[in-house]
Write a protein that binds this ligand. Structure first.
Ligand code: ADP
Ligand code: ZN
Ligand code: ZN
Length: 731
């Protein structure tokens, strides 16, 4: 008897399968990866077949059968990958499997609502022709339909537009044997973004050719060719062309490819280029698509109709067939790490998937992460394709500036005014959105904080509200102080809205466009803002880190960052790395055209290693120094980190849980490992927080210890008011 081992798709951490079910005779073709609805106690829930077996330990009469099999499921390869992610990141099999299932599968008793969309198509039969020619009695609608069908097959929708016939008319004609109908799947096609993507293929430069040749050698499995590579190329050195050529080479060899890009909203230009070049072989998967579009793109990949998937981190789970190549564009980008459970890192998953499927992996960036630099053989693209040098970077020391003159330094204003005079374009980056990060009363010192979190509320002038950037809290912007009634309120600091206002006033009539998560919120809004910037003859683009990512506008002659050290102040070992990448990426946006360009970096920390190296475009120098620092402090890549996050409304219970887990861990962890904490974190959403950090050489040993301890504690009822989350390899 055939047995199906089914892992239930549930959110409950404690419920672990797989459970055995009998393979029903009527349900053919069930395999590993099939999604089935199974009886589970009194309920019916969704589950994934994770194994086929010959026999069960349970007697046959105690085994139930699935009641339904869904339209599409995952592949066995992807089931293994999903279960690997679950283990590797201390999550549950159900959560791991959900990553690899068709979009919209759902969990538990709720179920799939997304299905393939079909339409009815009709053709005329010989009897229909005869009926038209004479003899038979026909209604006017019926006659019109038959007449229309004489020129070929039509869909029900087309017939309705052409002759106003509804489905009932078609059905009656079918019953009379005058037409035949069939149901066909139709594809819901994701909309085109508003940006141009050139389809022509430029003549590659010698260094681009060399990089492509190395990747092709790897694709062909040549002896000694490394199968994982870092493409280190300065901004504008033509990395995307190298990816495209490698993807085309994979397709020529009947292999599929996955191209990971940072959050898709941030890369509309790159996506447009892939779409233009690859045509029908191209599929895109991301969360801004409608559920139907996502499902259809997924099915096109699963069926082999499309062979290249472009998308953000979740696209690493795309059901691409015969995977030959994985590209990770902008490999330094933090969005490759998922924040929620499972806290997977798409770069690590890509590596695992490439290894298991024998695919080649290439990670590209101008600003590699220290771990990638140390680990992967490099392909270098040292110059820009146009032969122009990288723009000079000018550091402006804000410690010496007069604080009353505001957030934009005099030298920066001069440079912006020159851009206006020349009719060129500028990019201005500020690390914070909103108008001002602090609101205080000048008379009594009252300060507006979030009622749910220990943070300041941010003034958003545009919407007239005070907003918490950590929870959903928002309140109207006050006119007077609730404590003393004074109306003199001080808005301190500057976010994107304030800078936008300052620039618009002073640089009039040059248009100022703002790009941050507030203006880029709607579907396609991000691409529309970039398209407006592209079309304007002269303009300023102001915004958060979004303005420094993934676009290429030759008319930009000035890029400036107003608070380059803001990211340095985060208490995080990656602060230097992040700051370096941010400044170098922003600098790379300037001077891509004939007019050349310059970069101005305003900072309170002009001597920080990250800012100094970035101002010289010296990533090798920065990485060598940073790796030395990491080695001394025993940070990755010289150790592996695991973080355990605790949160609860009850501070005492939180304390107990965190110390109990810490005590358990001290016994269970490998001897060489180091445990830091539990350390208090600021309160968010009314929940107090604590954090434990583990540094270990032996990643597997540490993760296994954490998994055991956390699983045991989660099962402990006394801790039910405390949520415990594990973040393996926190970023
Ligand atoms: P990167 O990804 O390294 O920032 P891109 O691949 O986006 O660089 O290339 C920057 C620009 O140069 C793009 O407009 C691209 O079309 C163009 N380009 C790339 N390679 C060549 C080449 N060999 N000859 C001419 N133009 C090129
Ligand atoms: Zn007051
Ligand atoms: Zn809040």
């Amino acid at each position: 008897m055939a047995i199906l081992r089914v892992e239930p798709l549930t959110t409950a951490r404690a419920l672990r399968g797989p459970f055995d079910y009998r393979q029903p005779e009527a349900m053919e073709g069930l395999e590993v990866g099939s999604v089935v609805r199974v009886p589970f106690g009194p309920r019916r829930i969704l589950g994934v077949v994770v194994e086929l077996a010959e026999a069960s330990e349970l007697p046959p009469e105690r085994l139930a059968e699935p009641v339904e099999a869904l339209e599409a499921g995952a592949t066995p390869e992807l089931v293994r990958l999903g279960l690997w992610v679950a283990r590797e990141y201390c999550s549950t099999p159900s959560r791991g499997l959900q990553l690899v299932l068709p979009p919209g599968t759902g969990t538990g008793a709720g179920g799939r609502t997304v299905r393939a969309k079909t339409e009815l198509r009709a053709t005329i039969l010989p009897a229909g022709e005869t009926a038209l020619a004479g003899g038979e009695r026909l209604g006017t609608k019926q006659r019109a339909v038959l007449d229309a069908l004489r020129s070929g097959e039509m869909s029900a929708g087309e017939l309705s537009t052409a002759v106003g016939a509804d489905r009932a008319t078609l059905r009656r004609l079918e019953e009379r044997g005058l037409v035949a109908t069939r149901s066909v799947a139709v594809r819901r096609i994701p909309g085109e973004p508003g940006l141009s993507g050139a389809a022509e293929r430029p003549q590659l430069l010698p260094e681009q050719e060399d990089a492509v040749a190395s990747l092709v050698a790897a694709l062909d499995g040549e002896a000694g060719a490394p199968r994982r590579l870092l493409l280190h190329g300065v901004t504008g050195s033509g990395k995307t062309e190298v990816y495209l050529a490698a993807v085309e080479a994979a397709l020529e060899r009947d292999k599929g490819a996955i191209v990971l890009v940072p959050e898709i909203g941030l890369a509309p230009q790159a996506v447009a280029r892939f779409r233009a070049r690859l045509g029908d072989r191209f599929a895109v998967l991301h969360s801004a698509l409608s559920a139907g579009e996502r499902y259809d793109e997924w099915r096109r990949l699963r069926s082999g109709e499309a062979s290249v998937c472009v998308g953000p981190r979740s696209a690493v789970f795309a059901p691409v067939r015969d995977l030959g190549l994985i590209v990770i564009d902008e490999e330094h980008d933090p969005s490759y790490k998922q924040e929620g459970d499972p806290t997977y890192d798409a770069r690590a998953v890509a590596r695992k998937r490439a290894a298991d499927s024998g695919a080649v992996l290439v990670a590209g960036t101008a600003t590699p992460r220290p771990e990638t630099w140390l680990e992967l053989p490099r392909l270098e693209l040292p110059r820009r394709v146009d032969g122009r040098s990288l723009p000079p970077v000018h550091l402006v020391d804000m410690r010496e500036a007069d604080p009353r003159s505001g957030p934009v330094h005099g030298e920066t204003w001069e440079a912006l005014e020159e851009v206006r005079a020349a009719g060129a374009k500028a990019i201005v980056m500020v690390n914070r959105r909103g108008f001002a990060p602090w609101l205080t009363c000048r008379s009594c010192g009252h300060h507006w904080g979030c009622p749910n979190c220990d943070v300041s509320l941010i003034v958003h002038r545009h919407s007239g509200r005070l907003v918490c950037h950590h929870c959903a809290h928002a309140e109207p912007q006050p006119r007077a102080c609730p404590e003393c009634g004074s109306t003199t309120l001080a808005q301190a600091g500057a976010g994107t809205e304030r800078i936008e206002k300052l620039l618009a006033e002073r640089l009039d009539p040059m248009p100022v466009l703002r790009l941050d998560s507030d203006t880029a919120a709607g579907r396609g809004a991000h691409a529309r803002i970039l398209a407006r910037f592209e079309e304007a003859p002269s303009a300023v683009l102001v915004g958060t880190q979004m303005v420094a990512k993934g676009h290429d506008f030759p008319e930009v002659t000035l890029a400036t960052i107003l608070d380059a050290d803001a990211t340095l102040r985060f208490p995080d070992f990656r602060a230097e790395e992040r700051t370096f990448a941010m400044v170098a990426q922003l600098a790379g946006r300037s001077g891509r055209g004939e007019a050349g360009g310059e970069v101005i970096v305003q900072t309170l920390a002009p001597n920080a290693a990250s800012i100094e190296h970035a101002s010289r475009h010296d990533s090798a120098g920065f990485l060598e120094a940073e790796l030395q620092r990491r080695e001394v402090l025993r940070y990755p890549p010289f150790s592996h980190l695991t973080r355990i996050n605790f949160a609860s409304e009850h501070e005492a219970k939180l304390e107990d849980a965190a110390s109990a887990v810490a005590a358990d861990l001290r016994r269970a962890l490998p001897d060489e490992s180091e445990l830091l904490g539990p350390a208090p974190m600021f309160r968010v959403r009314n929940r107090h927080r604590r954090r434990i950090l583990i540094k270990a050489q032996d990643r597997e040993g540490a993760v296994a210890a954490v998994r055991d301890v956390v699983e045991r504690r989660v099962a402990d009822r006394s801790l039910k008011d405390v949520s415990i989350g594990v973040d393996v390899d926190p970023q």
